[in-house]
Design a protein around this ligand. Structure first.
Ligand code: URA
Length: 188
């Protein structure tokens, strides 16, 4: 079913981003995963390869997953709020997110994860509509979605690339703690 959706998207013109894309960035990881991770949008490396989180931020994400004892290919299904790269890596517009929302929902409905990691503010805002929430306040907290699926916001690895402290309760330490908590929550 995911293959069919991916195939259908090849010629997608639902929003203007199709004009400059090289590849649709559909997903990575396992469709049987208990954890789904949703990032913001593809960057240049992702657009080139068609795979999410393969650039600098993706490499840092891989390091954190490894430290938490999570296998990117087996334990996670990784996607983004939108499937095509916005120019100059700007944030997706509300219209672009709406145009692509149905695809993300279909991915969730097919994978049926126990936990969805909302990676960064853009992914968080797609699911949690409380305007007062910030990623700093919401990260590490567990929210209900549907069908018993839990949502957990975490910092985006692009933010962590600029945060170098390894001190306790600094962003990098909190990211690892959040991933360890999510691993338990997903029954892994
Ligand atoms: N940042 C994202 O949010 N997603 C990617 O796929 C790559 C970088």
């Amino acid at each position: 079913m995911l293959d069919k959706l991916k195939e259908e998207l090849k010629n997608c013109t639902n929003c203007p981003l199709y004009k400059e894309r090289n590849n649709i960035v559909f997903a990575d990881g396992s469709a049987k995963a208990k954890i789904m991770l949703i990032g913001e949008a593809p960057g240049a490396d992702e657009d080139k390869t068609g795979t999410p989180f393969v650039g600098r931020a993706g490499k840092l994400l891989n390091e954190f997953l490894q430290k938490a004892g999570l296998n990117r290919k087996k334990d996670l299904y990784i996607a983004n709020t939108i499937k095509c790269r916005p120019p100059k890596n700007r944030k997706p517009t509300p219209m672009e997110k709406i145009a692509c929302e149905g695809n993300l929902i279909k991915q969730i409905d097919i994978v049926k994860p126990n936990v969805i990691i909302l990676c960064g503010a853009t992914a968080m805002e797609s699911f949690l509509k409380d305007k007062k929430l910030t990623i700093t306040k919401a990260r590490g907290k567990v929210f209900e979605y549907k069908d018993g699926i839990k949502l957990v916001p975490v910092f985006h690895p692009s933010y962590l690339l600029r945060q170098h402290s390894l001190e306790v309760n600094q962003p990098r330490d909190l990211m690892l703690k959040d991933l360890l908590m999510i691993k338990k929550l997903a029954s892994l």
